[in-house]
Design a protein around this ligand. Structure first.
Ligand code: MF3
Ligand code: CO
Ligand code: CO
Length: 277
């Protein structure tokens, strides 16, 4: 197993800045997610905001992991049965759609990575429940983060909560270490068993980003080489935060004024951190 990097105080401050900026792009785009807009327009607006207002770089643009073609846009827009990595294009949003918008910015060399679900108009009962359960899954996973805990503890609570609700956990994609590199060790599985896999240490930074399907967990890849959909065409939801392991627990780095507050079951002990730009 490759080793997990421990971030130094400068890195951590850089990651706080990048995380906040990524979350602020979601705050910025939220009012634009309405019926009639297409996903390319959401991409254009975010790209412009990142470049011209924030002075950040959109990490997805031309991102090209081994075996992939370069990702052609600045953000990922995953609508309805799209699980992840949806490419913005001429898809027009209509009432009842659900969309995940996933933002990764680079600021001073550091990556901030976060995504939220948005509802276009009034969501169906199923779409709302799937979004809520997935949000709780993410926060339950985050709530297990502290020194001495294992990555398997995170995956376990996420899987339990999703399956108890009758949903399934996507296996092919996972959370990831992040810093000056977009995707680094460790892999953060959203399923698993308590007490297994790597032990957490202060200074580790990784994402928690469960993809939960209303139906079966199987996926299929579209011909564009990026877009992932559910095989059974059921709805899929995802939420993502970038999180630091602290001496006493965790600190969520992708925070912003417009971010949905944690569910009531979360008792965040750490005082809010101030960010120095
Ligand atoms: N932001 C995604 C993640 O959470 C990765 C997107 S890669 C892209 O890891 F190229 F599709 F943008
Ligand atoms: Co991520
Ligand atoms: Co992401």
């Amino acid at each position: 197993m490759a080793s997990i990097s421990i971030k130094n105080p400068d890195d951590i401050n850089g990651m706080r800045v990048a995380g906040k900026l990524a979350a602020e792009v979601l705050d910025f785009i939220a009012p634009h997610v309405k019926a009639g807009v297409n996903t390319a327009e959401l991409d254009r607006l975010c790209h412009e905001y990142m470049t011209n207002v924030q002075g950040t770089i959109p990490a997805p643009l031309n991102y090209c992991p081994p075996g992939y073609t370069p990702f052609p846009k600045a953000i990922c827009t995953s609508v309805n049965d799209v699980v992840c990595h949806g490419i913005p294009g001429d898809k027009v949003l209509k009432n009842g759609d659900v969309i995940n918008i996933d933002i990764t910015v680079i600021k001073n060399g550091y990556h901030g990575d976060t995504s939220r679900m948005f509802y276009v108009g009034e969501p169906s009962i199923l779409a709302k429940r799937l979004g809520d359960i997935t949000f709780e899954c993410m926060w339950l996973g985050i709530s297990r983060i502290k020194p001495g805990a294992h990555l398997g503890d995170i995956g376990f609570v996420i899987q339990q909560h999703a399956e108890k609700a009758g949903y399934s956990v996507v296996r092919e994609f996972c959370g990831h270490g992040i810093g000056k590199i977009f995707h680094e060790e460790p892999q953060v599985l959203h399923y698993g068993r308590p007490g297994t896999l790597e032990k957490l240490l202060p200074g580790m930074i990784f994402t928690v980003e469960p993809m939960i399907n209303a139906g079966r967990r199987e996926i299929r890849e579209m011909g564009d080489g990026w877009t992932i959909k559910t095989k059974d065409r059921s709805l899929s939801a995802q939420w993502e935060h970038t999180v630091l392991v602290t001496e006493t627990g965790y600190e969520v780095l992708t925070v912003s004024p417009g971010m949905p507050p944690p569910p009531a079951f979360i008792q965040q002990s750490a005082a809010p951190q101030s960010v120095t730009v």
